[in-house]
Design a protein around this ligand. Sequence first.
Ligand SMILES: [Zn+2]
Ligand SMILES: [Zn+2]
Length: 142
Amino acid sequence: MIERTGRCLCGAVTFTLVGEPLAVRVCWCRDCQHLAANGSVNAMVPAEALVVAGPLSEYIKQADSGNVVTRQFCPACGTQLFAQSSARPQFRMVRIGNLDDPSSLRPGMNIWAASAPGWACLDPALERVEQQPAPPPIHRSA
Ligand SMILES: [Zn+2]
Ligand SMILES: [Zn+2]
């Protein structure tokens, strides 16, 4: 099964992502714009597919969807690494810019597109969802 590795900016936190993600999406919700100064690009993975080494700090906030989102970041350098929604505790979101090879995953959808700033470049070839998308179908690829 394919494995991808990644780390935070300072390297105190490293992680391994096992298998293919369930979905990869660009999120334009206002919270992600605060985190990323832009859209954030996230892989949704089964919680057990993510193996983390190193310390994580957490910030917990109610999202625009109404769900409570726990965001995890490196306590040393502040890099945003992972997120988990109260609505879907079986999944974790991985910020793919932290992968050692960020080109190894490609987003398939823009979500919360209605909140994107006027200057945002949204690939018209990708599916566009104005707000929260439906959860992806549960399947495990090899
Ligand atoms: Zn760090
Ligand atoms: Zn978002």
